[in-house]
Design a protein around this ligand. Structure first.
Ligand code: TRP
Ligand code: SF4
Length: 394
């Protein structure tokens, strides 16, 4: 089976990426023809205002992939923007994709809902203040040349200030929580490209006629949309694309240092590029069972993220010992973290060495990406040839 997946180049990878995604990619490359893509065009959909880090992030991410065991002999590793055929097929797919399919996409719907909610707020505000503003302007001790323009300008500025206040948390913390976006995300995603995000993703998959797409649950609607686009294309122009299947992986939610899901945005992640001092500092600062205040107090390993890590990285006997001694109170959290650090470092240290090798030979890394992109391009070109013939344009 041909398998394809991609990742946006957002920076260095952390342990959560490994257990959530990469481990599975490595397993798949042993049995299938695998394509792994750096989705740099996709990175533009939300990050088009700040692009200077994308090239570096692309390289760092590839270094992490290689370090962790993605093997360029077994998998085609490539960069989306180096295969221009993606852009051509994106254009064709854009022509045949009904807008409603995209508007129903949950990622888009959530954002749209936020946009509407804020537009509502702004209208309500303008309506409420208009009459008072009229009275106020009329009372000004100056001659007003263009009453309506002034009124519009004041209203716009005031409503911007209101939205600003909302994002700064002065207005309604609950509403802000409900909106669940930063100001930047909010303004930047009101674009055609963001709406079309899943169409580009469908291209990524279908252009290689991939049948398996390893993704997390949040991406299921996007894979479903790829199936629908494939079906629609096939109906219109004749059988061309197989309908891809999502290969859903059960991913244990790896906790970060604060006990919440590990994520760059929570600032609670342990990176493969972290030095051992950094990892030590992070481990010693780990959240633990808050009821266990000092050595002697009994703890609850089942809710403690430190114990979660013991289960991943410590030898069997140690896991049992920690569980028993935490519960009885015999074990203190500081000692427990030290033991956990040992197991974690036994995992990280060899990777750190391997990472350094790639860091020293960045030309090799770039060569891998160039070679992979060439192989991807060969296939994409064949598909586009077929597409042009079937659509009769191009
Ligand atoms: N949208 C995916 C994500 O944000 C990344 C991605 C882009 C992808 N193209 C893909 C995943 C194709 C699978 C297949 O995680
Ligand atoms: Fe967590 Fe270990 Fe402390 Fe128990 S002893 S609460 S497992 S850190």
């Amino acid at each position: 089976m041909r398998v394809l997946s991609g990742m946006r180049p957002t920076g260095k990878l952390h342990l959560g990426h490994y257990f959530g995604v990469i481990k599975n990619w490595i397993k798949l490359q042993e049995q299938h023809e695998t394509f792994y893509m750096v989705a740099d065009w996709h990175a533009l959909t939300t990050g088009y205002k700040k692009t200077e880090e994308i090239p570096q992030n692309t390289e760092e991410m590839l270094i992490d992939w290689l370090t962790l065991g993605i093997d360029p002999q077994k998998s085609v590793l490539f960069q989306q923007s180096k295969v221009k055929e993606h852009a051509e097929l994106f254009l064709i797919f854009s022509m045949i994709t009904p807008k409603s399919w995209l508007e129903w996409n949950p990622t888009y719907k959530d954002t749209k809902y936020n946009l509407l909610k804020i537009a509502d707020l702004s209208l309500m505000f303008k309506g409420g203040i208009r009459d008072n503003l009229k009275t106020f302007i009329a009372k000004l001790p100056y001659k007003v040349e263009d009453f309506e323009r002034l009124e519009d300008m004041l209203l716009d500025n005031l409503s911007d200030a209101l939205i600003e206040a909302l994002f700064e948390g002065y207005l309604d913390k609950e509403l802000l929580k409900e909106l669940n976006v930063s100001k930047r995300e909010f303004y930047d995603t009101d674009t055609y490209g963001f709406l079309g995000y899943p169409v580009l993703q469908a291209v990524d998959i279908l252009i290689y006629k991939a049948q398996g797409v390893p993704v997390g649950e949040d991406q299921l609607p996007h894979v479903e949309l790829s199936r629908e686009i494939a079906r629609r294309f096939n109906n219109l122009y004749g059988d061309t694309f197989p309908e891809p299947q999502a290969l859903l992986t059960e991913t244990p939610r790896l906790p970060g240092t604060d006990g919440r899901k590990m994520s760059k945005s929570y600032n609670n992640a342990i990176y493969f590029a972290d030095s051992n001092q950094e990892v030590q500092r992070k481990v010693m600062g780990f959240f633990t069972d808050p009821q266990k205040l000092r050595k002697g107090d009994p703890g609850r390993p089942e809710i403690c993220p430190v114990f979660f890590y013991h289960k991943l990285f410590s030898p069997k006997e140690r896991i049992q010992e920690v569980e028993r001694d935490c519960k009885s109170g015999k074990l203190g959290c500081v000692d427990c973290k030290r033991m956990m650090l040992e197991g974690l470092e036994a995992f990280l240290e060899p990777l750190r060495e391997k990472r350094k090798e790639y860091e020293k030979d960045r030309e090799k890394v770039r060569e891998i990406l160039r070679g992979g992109s060439q192989r991807a391009r060969d296939i994409a070109q064949q598909t586009l040839q077929e597409v042009r013939e079937k659509v009769k344009v191009g």
